[in-house]
Design a binder for this molecule. Structure first.
Ligand SMILES: *Cc1c(COP(=O)(O)O)cnc(C)c1O
Length: 398
């Protein structure tokens, strides 16, 4: 039996005709950048995630960069968003620190670098792999302006704690939700009563949240795409300007923005796929439960831990295991797709050596990088296939 890590073809087969019909409409309209379909898709996303504004752009990386720019260009602590100040419109923010996790995809930190701010890596929690809120406060200095948590592998970071730290120190929060579309967190922010539920969608809790529609994300385009989410009207206006070269009105520029739009063909595809997303997420959750059923007795591996306040959308199903590299080779030899997300903690990446990061700075992240392995989890996988993968893992540890 051959089981890939991800099988996008299996997903496509069920919706192929619908997607082709929508793409044909775009060809006929000849409106390829932004346009009515992008607006419709943005509205669908607003409804799906119960957020006031969804702003499409060219990738999840750009969404992060736009989010950072929208805060930095206008004076990150200014509560008066209307006019803003253009004194910051050249990218040089050495005096601004952004706190994030070192155990994430590269883009989280590269965008902080690219806007000229300084990245401060704070170690992760060993169970959830997300930024450890207990360590954030110690990392805060007078220069700290933004916290950027990542909802890794589909599970939200501890947003209740992160938001209360942000409030205490007057910081902004950008949620890198590239892997967490549709996941929820019970923030219970506005109440002292523990019993009061306040289930919110990941990406809609901080000042800005971002999405990626890279093909391997839970909602994947057939190319690149991304989105910013916010409940703040003024930030939404800025983000819309910044994705269009910073222009307002047309051909007049107060800020140097990006050229980062969502194109109509991708929006049309995503609009169809969004209708199936909840169903696909259920498939992933069902498959995660099967893994727990078949593998909970294997003492050499730790299965994903989901915080009781969170729900995960399982963008990845990532185990922590002994003899990781050997297990990976063994599974690959048996035609089972698996991968390491991520092999090197970002504070140790060569390109960030100027930040002075060294071994031992983020010990949990460093350790986890040596032990994680992601297994197939896509919704179309059948119970028998997961049983087969689990059997192979058990055979390996026998
Ligand atoms: C995929 C991803 C991104 C970048 O998204 P792209 O659409 O590929 O640019 C950013 N952050 C995280 C955590 C991601 O997984």
């Amino acid at each position: 039996m051959k089981i890939p890590l991800l099988d996008l073809k299996a997903q496509y087969e069920g919706i192929m005709l619908e997607i082709r019909k929508e793409i044909d409409k775009i060809y006929e309209s000849h409106q390829f950048i932004l346009g009515p379909v992008v607006k419709e898709f943005e509205e669908d996303m607003q409804n799906y995630l119960q957020v006031k504004h969804a702003i499409g752009c060219a990738s999840g990386t750009d969404a992060l960069q736009l989010a950072l720019m929208s805060l930095l260009f206008f004076g990150v602590n200014s509560d008066e968003f209307d006019e803003g100040s253009n004194q910051f419109s050249s990218p040089n923010y050495d005096d601004i620190e952004v706190i994030t996790t070192p155990f994430t995809f590269f883009a989280t930190a590269s965008t902080i670098h690219r806007v000229g701010a300084k990245t401060i890596f704070v170690d992760i929690d060993e169970k959830t792999f997300n930024i450890n809120p207990e360590l954030i406060e110690k990392a805060i200095t007078e220069k700290t302006k933004i916290i950027m948590p990542v909802h890794l592998f589909g599970q939200p970071a501890e947003m209740d704690k992160i938001m209360s730290i942000a409030k205490k120190y007057n910081l902004k929060v950008i949620e890198d939700n590239a892997q967490g579309i549709g996941a929820t967190y019970n923030t219970n922010l506005n109440s002292d009563s523990v019993s009061e539920q306040n289930e919110q969608f990941a990406g809609t809790i901080g000042d800005i949240g971002t999405l990626s529609f890279f093909p391997s994300k839970n909602l994947g385009a057939m190319g690149d795409g991304g989105m910013c989410l916010t409940n703040n009207d003024d930030l939404a206006i800025r983000l819309r300007q910044l994705r269009m070269h910073g222009e307002n009105p047309k051909y007049f520029h107060k800020w140097v923005g990006l050229n980062s739009r969502l194109d109509s063909i991708q929006a049309a595809i995503l609009k169809v796929k969004l209708r199936y997303l909840a169903e696909w997420t259920e498939g992933r959750r069902r498959n995660a439960a099967f893994y727990h059923e078949f593998l909970s007795d294997v003492k050499e591996i730790k299965l994903p831990f989901i915080n009781e306040k969170a729900t995960s959308i399982y963008n990845q199903f990532t185990i922590v295991c002994e003899r990781r590299d050997e297990l990976m080779t063994y599974l690959q030899k048996n035609d089972i797709g698996c991968a390491i997300y991520y092999p090197l903690s970002l504070h140790l990446q060569e390109c960030f050596s100027y930040l002075g990061g060294k071994k031992g700075d983020c010990p949990v992240s460093e350790e986890i990088c040596k032990k994680v392995l992601s297994l197939p989890i896509y919704g179309e996988l059948q119970k028998e296939q997961i049983e087969y993968i689990a059997q192979k893992i058990q055979d390996f540890f026998k």
